[in-house]
Write a new protein. Structure first.
Length: 252
């Protein structure tokens, strides 16, 4: 039975991952900053309300995790925020730093805490939720794109450092995922570009060869595969689940 820790696991992609791993028979432990969302999750899931940039809280979490579980098989470093939507010259430094902190610092802190547990076991899988924004430039989303490119670099380095200990690291790059978070992005981009939400939606869909958005469950399915023995020699890879993004700048 796998023991799986998922950040931002109470909603969206993280919730879909948690449901997928739980359905496969895994023990699931989720963390999230949203207490209300955590309260709505199945009672059998372990849970903690944590800001993923809180170093002390993460240290305390892993002390308890080590005591209760004894180890960790899979870390899904999934937490992230969209950050401000604006042209570079209009981006506030505070918003830029917060976006990078949640997306990158959170992934780093959880990787740093998980690595010793996985090293002792001589196995493990670390999965990072990146983005197609980490593959291309992303107009009006400089903080988010910068953070996701950095997450991919962190993953590549983790794969190199931890591979000799039987630990694999990979990054999943979702495209536009249906759900409340993407809805917020659509609304903000529409306001920034002076157009409608529906026009932005169509622009995103038409920017993929499959002309479609993605479902959170599809990201979860990739996570389950990458965490399984079927992917035992898949490491250091950036894998897009995005309907094949052709144009990262949706035209409206």
């Amino acid at each position: 039975m796998q023991q799986v820790l998922i950040t931002a696991g109470a909603s969206g992609i993280g919730r879909a991952m948690a449901e997928g791993f739980a359905a496969s028979g895994a023990d699931v432990w989720i963390v999230d900053a949203d207490a209300d969302a955590l309260a709505s999750c199945p009672s059998e899931w372990r849970r903690d309300c944590i800001d993923v940039t809180d170093e002390a809280a993460i240290a305390a979490l892993f002390t308890r995790l080590a005591n209760e579980w004894g180890g960790l098989d899979v870390l899904c470093a999934n937490a992230g925020i969209a950050g401000p939507t604006a042209l570079i010259e209009e981006q506030p430094l505070s918003g830029f730093r917060r976006c990078v902190s949640v997306n990158l610092d959170g992934a780093f802190l959880f990787t740093r805490a998980a690595a010793p547990l996985m090293k002792r076991a001589g196995k493990g899988a670390i999965l990072y939720t990146s983005s197609t924004a980490g593959l291309y430039g992303y107009p009006n989303r400089a903080p988010y794109a910068a953070a996701k490119w950095a997450v991919n670099g962190l993953m590549k380095t983790a794969a190199m450092e931890l591979g000799p200990f039987g630990i694999r690291a990979n990054a999943i790059c979702p495209g536009a995922v249906e759900g409340p978070r993407m809805e917020g992005v659509l609304q903000r981009e529409a306001a920034a570009k002076g157009t409608t939400r529906d026009a932005i939606y169509r622009g995103y869909a038409s920017g993929t060869s499959m002309r479609t958005f993605i479902q959170a469950e599809e990201i979860a399915n990739m996570a389950l595969f990458l965490a399984s023995d079927a992917a035992r020699h898949v490491s250091g890879q950036i894998i897009a689940v995005d309907g094949h993004t052709e144009n990262p700048d949706p035209k409206v």
